[in-house]
Every structure is written in C-alpha cells, then in structure tokens.
Ligand binder design. Structure first.
Ligand code: HEC
Length: 121
C-alpha cells in the first residue's frame, strides 16, 4: 500500500517528462504526424536564423537570399545538400540543417519560399 502511494507521487511528473521528451523528439525529427507548413518549418527549423525574414534578409552578406525563389530550384538544392551532391563553398552550413527534413518538409519549405510576399527584401 505504501509503495503504491509513493509510485503515484512519482508517476505524474515522470509521465510529463516522457511526454515532453517525445514531443521535442517529434519536432526534431519532423515525424509525419506533425507535418508543418513551410512558414512554420522555416521558423522552427532555424532557417530564419541565417536567411532572415521570409528568406530575404540573410544575417551575413555571403549568405544567400532564398525568398521568392523557384520552387523546383529550392527543392533540388535542399535535396542536393541532403545527399551531399552539393558540398562546395559553405554547403557544410546547410548539411546539418537539411538532415532531418523529409521530402514533404522540403516541398513545403520550397512552396513557402516561392510564394512568400517578399516583404522583407
Ligand atoms: C547556419 C546558417 C544557415 C542556416 C541555419 C540555414 N542556412 Fe540555408 N544556407 C546557408 C548558407 C551559408 C548557404 C550557401 C551555401 C553555399 O555556399 O553553397 C545556404 C544555402 C541555402 C539554399 C541554396 C540557395 C541557392 O541559391 O542555391 C537554400 C535553398 C537554403 N539555404 C535553405 C535553407 C533552409 C530551408 C533552412 C532551414 C531548414 C536553412 N537554409 C538554414 C546558411 C544557413
């Protein structure tokens, strides 16, 4: 009896911790169950940290503007970073960024980057 009472005390926090960890893992791995739109991905996957608002306000002059880019081109580049066929220049900065992106994420990001308003140019 005493043991079960003490289990209950610890049960809830443990459950919360496990749920939190699962949630963070899902975000990190981009599991299909949590499919996000391109604008959300652009913020949650850290793209905005280097490419700036809507992809058109890069934080350094040698980082590219990627907003209002052709969708097909962006898809090809993201896949090329992922399979390492694009590895020249500063591509290593991108390699870690695309590793967890699914094909669906890539399509959603490319769609967003092709169709954003470009307001932040
Ligand atoms: C640490 C900074 C950084 C982050 C974060 C980052 N990028 Fe990049 N990105 C770069 C740099 C630098 C290049 C240029 C690479 C080169 O020299 O080939 C680049 C190139 C690109 C290109 C190719 C542009 C072109 O004209 O060919 C695309 C598309 C792109 N990034 C999309 C993204 C997306 C989507 C994310 C988020 C998943 C992201 N980037 C996150 C720094 C970053």
């Amino acid at each position: 009896m005493i043991e079960s009472a003490s289990n209950n005390q610890h049960g809830e926090p443990m459950k919360n911790i496990v749920m939190t960890i699962s949630f963070v893992l899902c975000l990190g791995l981009g599991l299909p169950a949590l499919s996000e739109d391109g604008a959300t991905l652009f913020a949650t996957r850290g793209c905005i940290g280097c490419h700036g608002a809507e992809g058109n306000a890069p934080v350094a002059p040698n980082y590219p503007k990627i907003g209002k880019q052709n969708k097909e081109y962006t898809i090809n580049q993201l896949k090329a970073f992922k399979d390492k066929t694009r590895s020249n220049g500063m591509a290593t900065l991108m390699a870690g960024m695309v590793i967890a992106l699914t094909d669906e994420d890539i399509a959603n990001l490319a769609d967003y980057l092709a169709t954003n308003t470009g307001a932040a140019q």
